[in-house]
Design a protein. Structure first.
Length: 456
């Protein structure tokens, strides 16, 4: 399984990207070169990125976590994880030690400002050795999702299994024309105008929600790498990407993001896109549609097909014939579809600990083998970082912290906590509360809610 996890972890200390399909007009290394040449491209390497430098230094690493469940954490003395862009890690933001207190990364400052009803925990992790600058790219988890589904199909009723397979095929059939257009664009064969491209994209997202995640991450990448606003430059001098940009984009684009951070709903049309970017960073508004048109097809091909597959040999008009054909032609997309369709099953709260815990346990083992005590969201090294709850070779101290008028964190109460490599109960997470409302499971069943994640 380690090879499968290698395929979804980007090592930012190297000058090569994760491999993609063959037959594309631009390789993953071509895109990496373009990204490194962007105004904020230096933040893609440990020499320029404060978070990456901290991880690879072997020095103590400081993290912050916001939670509404401090009383439950005290009562149980345990920390649990939650599924999301970090699979099973405890979602945190980096901290930098200063003479006056712990300075939050700008992502942490954003969380402190926008989550007023939460308490803040501070962790100090002391690893025995430097960690690699490897981050997990959740957009490439399709192969992991598929392997987990195949290994645990026996937990599904026959009707549930058939529903997953038929629904996945139906979604491909409904969007096959646009998916083939994306592959054609990725191969350099532009067959339609940019206006028609966006019209089809907006229509496709409700039928293929994974496209909403890809669309959002393309725009996040564009904003984070190319913004030259004074605020972004200030963060860049501190070795940080400007997280406010994509946060504001998401909340402006989808009215319900405050209830559940669900990128399946992200599908602004071309005019709305220009307006949204103009609100976030006006200097980038006019180039946003061109960037999406060029980048989204390539990212889709990589996320749907996986490495080494011939993009020229795939047509979704044929891949949607049946589920077995889909898994052969586009295994990563099939995995993403099964993963998301499973959430629609009435029994998903009961199935969640089977399928999601299996992935979390597997990635814990991978991180341990790689000396990764604090994994991070590797779509970009923007500051979304986590605590590996299963790591055996690092000490971890925890405190409750208060924020002073200067925005610095100050530990006030040390906690004796046990990191437990287990996911919190689904109903104690934002996804569970939104999708499966019902009686509270009680504080002991769900002691920790992971902070907001872009991979709900």
């Amino acid at each position: 399984m380690h090879t499968a996890w290698d395929a979804v972890h980007t090592d930012y200390a190297t000058h090569t990207a994760l491999p993609g399909p063959t037959g594309l007009a631009e390789s993953t290394d071509d895109w990496l070169t373009l990204h490194r040449e962007a105004p904020n491209g230096h933040l893609l390497a440990p020499t320029g990125n404060q978070m990456l430098a901290s991880l690879t230094s072997s020095r103590p690493i400081h993290l912050m976590h916001t939670t509404p469940y401090l009383d439950a954490i005290r009562a149980t003395g345990e920390l649990h994880g939650s599924a999301g862009c970090l699979v099973g890690a405890l979602y945190c933001a980096p901290l930098t030690v200063t003479a006056d207190g712990l300075r939050p990364h700008n992502l942490g400052s954003y969380l402190l400002r926008t989550k007023p009803d939460t308490k803040t925990l501070v962790f100090e992790v002391r690893p025995e050795a430097p960690a690699p600058a490897k981050g997990l790219d959740y957009l490439r988890l399709g192969g992991i999702h598929m392997d987990t589904y195949l290994a645990h199909r026996g937990f599904l009723a026959e009707g549930e299994d058939e529903h997953l397979r038929q629904s996945a095929v139906a979604r491909v059939c409904e969007t096959a024309g646009f998916l083939d257009l994306l592959l054609a664009d990725a191969r350099g064969q532009h067959t339609t105008s940019t206006t028609a491209f966006f019209h089809q994209l907006v229509q496709a997202v409700p039928h293929m929600p994974f496209l909403g995640y890809l669309y959002f991450e393309v725009l996040s990448e564009y904003l984070l790498l190319y913004s030259t606003s004074p605020e972004t430059k200030g963060y860049a001098l501190a070795g940080e990407m400007n997280n406010r940009l994509y946060k504001e984009l998401a909340f402006a684009a989808v009215k319900t993001m405050g209830r559940l951070f669900d990128l399946a709903l992200f599908n602004p049309d071309r005019a709305q896109l220009t307006e949204l970017i103009d609100r976030v960073d006006p200097a980038l508004a006019l180039g946003a549609d061109a960037y999406v048109r060029r980048r989204l097809p390539h990212l889709f091909a990589c996320a749907a097909l996986g490495p080494g597959r011939d993009a020229g040999a795939v047509s979704f008009r044929y891949a949607g014939a049946d589920f077995d054909t889909l898994t052969v032609m586009a295994p990563y997309l099939a995995g993403q579809l099964v993963f998301r369709e499973m959430r629609t099953l009435p029994r998903y709260p009961a199935l969640f600990p089977v399928f999601e815990q299996a992935k979390a346990t597997s990635v814990y083992a991978y991180w341990n083998s790689q000396d990764i005590s604090v994994p991070f969201n590797g779509v970009l090294p923007k500051g979304e970082i986590g605590l590996n709850l299963a790591f055996p070779r690092a000490s971890c101290a925890a405190w409750v912290a208060e924020t002073c008028e200067r925005g610095l964190l100050h530990p006030t109460e040390e906690l004796n906590l046990l990191p437990v490599p287990r996911l919190a109960d689904l109903r104690g997470t934002a996804l569970g509360r939104a999708a499966y409302p019902g009686p509270s499971t009680g504080p002991t069943a769900s002691p920790v809610l992971v902070g907001e994640t872009s991979a709900a």
